[in-house]
Ligand binder design. Structure first.
Ligand SMILES: [Zn+2]
Length: 141
């Protein structure tokens, strides 16, 4: 199993994900920080280096996700799998708070993913507040 991501696969991911973190929707353009490539199913758990298993993720989501594949939903106490950006729709699992500074979970998968990836950490919440003021946030979809 290779860690190497070919140029053609990188291009395919870049076109599909449009420079945006597939989890918290932070953009490279807003943050000024290049996105990293996340193995949705971690390589340590057999995840392959294919388009179906790799998506763009911001450094924060990628690092907090690490090797996790499931976490406890804080609302129900159920164990839930993490959101899969390739097979699931963001808007079915997440929404924005009324001031757009926080991601809110609509499902066990959404809530568990927010906790695991710390998608509302203080740094990103402050950044989203600034981006909202200047009209860069929230994204359209
Ligand atoms: Zn992110």
């Amino acid at each position: 199993m290779s860690k190497y991501i070919s140029e053609s696969l990188r291009n395919q991911i870049a076109v599909s994900d449009k420079g945006r973190c597939c989890y918290c929707l932070t953009t490279e353009a807003n943050s000024g920080i290049p996105m990293s490539h996340d193995h949705i199913q971690p390589r340590s758990k057999g995840g392959e280096t294919t388009f179906e298993n790799i998506c763009l993720a911001c450094r924060s989501c990628n690092e907090f996700k690490a090797d996790s594949i499931e976490v406890i939903d804080p609302l129900t106490g159920e164990i839930a799998p993490l959101f899969n950006p390739r097979t699931q729709r963001w808007s079915e699992h997440f929404t924005w708070s009324s001031d757009a500074t926080k991601v809110e979970g609509l499902t066990t998968i959404g809530r568990a993913t927010i906790v695991c990836l710390r998608m509302n950490n203080p740094v990103i919440v402050v950044a989203r507040r600034r981006w909202t003021i200047i009209g860069w946030h929230p994204p359209d979809d």
